[in-house]
Write a protein of this length. Structure first.
Ligand code: AMP
Ligand code: ZN
Length: 131
């Protein structure tokens, strides 16, 4: 059983931010910034690509509700919403989850940067729209 399934089951302790029949939100042990929270479906799936639409919409709806609450109550200025999908993208726990990372400052201890484009955009568009 994966580590988040064990957290859902209660055999591994967690700091619960929110819980209902389908979802659990917990404080991330890393606390990249103050209030870093993970929102996860109780039912195991390896990543968000595997979730059915209803499950996914319910998860993301709660991510928005909790983001607003976290930002307001921790006096944050914004947040990053992050879904790492597969190990190449930095996923380390293979149970679907969304990171809510509250932001207080541009120099918070998280660094997401976008590099200059080096690709042919038309070629990419054609590929994406292939059947
Ligand atoms: P990811 O890299 O997107 O798979 O994120 C997994 C996250 O789970 C990391 O940010 C870890 O710090 C966090 N994590 C791992 N184990 C636990 C745990 N027992 N309780 C809370 N968070 C955890
Ligand atoms: Zn699991």
């Amino acid at each position: 059983m994966c580590i988040f399934c064990q957290i859902v089951e209660g055999s591994i302790p967690s700091e619960k931010v929110y819980e209902d029949d389908n979802l659990l939100a917990i404080l991330d042990i890393a606390q990249t910034t103050k209030g870093h929270t993970l929102v996860l479906p109780k039912k195991h799936s390896n990543n968000f690509l595997e979730m059915d639409e209803k499950e996914y919409m319910n998860l993301m709806n709660k991510v928005q509700v909790l983001s607003k609450r976290i930002i307001k109550n921790l006096n944050a200025k914004g947040c990053n919403i992050l879904i790492n999908t597969n190990k190449e993208a930095g996923q380390t726990v293979m149970h679907s989850h969304v990171h809510i990372i509250p932001r207080y400052d541009e120099n918070d201890s998280i660094n997401i940067s976008f590099k200059e484009n080096k690709y042919d955009l038309n070629e990419i568009l054609e590929k994406i729209n292939e059947d």
